[in-house]
Design a protein around this ligand. Structure first.
Ligand code: HEM
Length: 181
């Protein structure tokens, strides 16, 4: 379901400015994208190992088709993020991701931990590489990752609240029907 109150392009731009996602930062990430994608693919392996080891979510990851499906979704999202287009398609994707996650029974920390593990593993892989990331590269990567995490986790909670409001509304309607008020 699309968000009830999608924010305007002007609000999005103010948000990005607040996260200091300026043209230099975006150009830097776009330029690093081929390397970032390579590291992200490798980092994902560790993320899945970590998830399989967590009793709260392990049952989902014991099915190999689930991992294949999720890996494809996560890589597609990394591609979108590191392209830094920040267009409607990107904002819709983050909203949809938050919504999909909000429908599962897991807590938000599962997703934020996965982001943390992805980011830190990418940093480690870059440090092990022959060509190192500069401090500016690391700052740009951190800014963009935390912005994306904010959008998806924000959408996660917005969808949860919308669902709760709809349930409360239904409960009130049923009560009126039962009591004839
Ligand atoms: C870095 C963090 C994560 C990213 C970027 C991410 C991304 C995504 C995306 C893009 C989708 C939609 C896939 C599609 O159908 O196109 C998705 C779905 C899903 N994600 Fe995540 N995810 C993350 C973390 C997690 C974690 C930690 C779990 C653990 C439980 C998880 C569980 C799921 C499940 C079960 C779905 C499928 C939901 C459904 O089909 O209704 N994700 N994720």
């Amino acid at each position: 379901m699309a968000r009830l109150n999608p924010i305007t392009e002007e609000q999005r731009s103010i948000q990005r400015e607040f996260f200091r996602l300026d043209e230099d930062t975006m150009d830097r990430v776009r330029h690093l994208k081929p390397r970032l994608m390579k590291y992200a693919e490798r980092a994902l392996e560790g993320v899945f190992d970590h998830l399989v080891g967590n009793p709260e979510v392990a049952h989902y990851f014991e099915i190999s088709e689930n991992i294949t499906y999720l890996r494809a979704g996560m890589i597609a999202h990394c591609d979108r993020l590191f392209s830094c287009r920040f267009d409607d398609a990107y904002y819709e994707a983050t909203d949809q991701m938050g919504e999909r996650h909000s429908k599962l029974e897991y807590h938000s920390h599962v997703y934020t931990a996965a982001y943390t593990n992805m980011l830190t593993r990418i940093i480690e892989l870059a440090a092990e590489d022959r060509r190192k990331f500069s401090p500016e590269d690391l700052v740009a990567l951190t800014r963009i990752t935390l912005y994306d995490m904010e959008l998806t986790v924000g959408a996660f909670f917005s969808h949860k609240m919308e669902k709760r409001e709809a349930l409360d509304h239904d409960a009130v309607k049923i009560q009126h029907l039962l009591t004839g008020t």
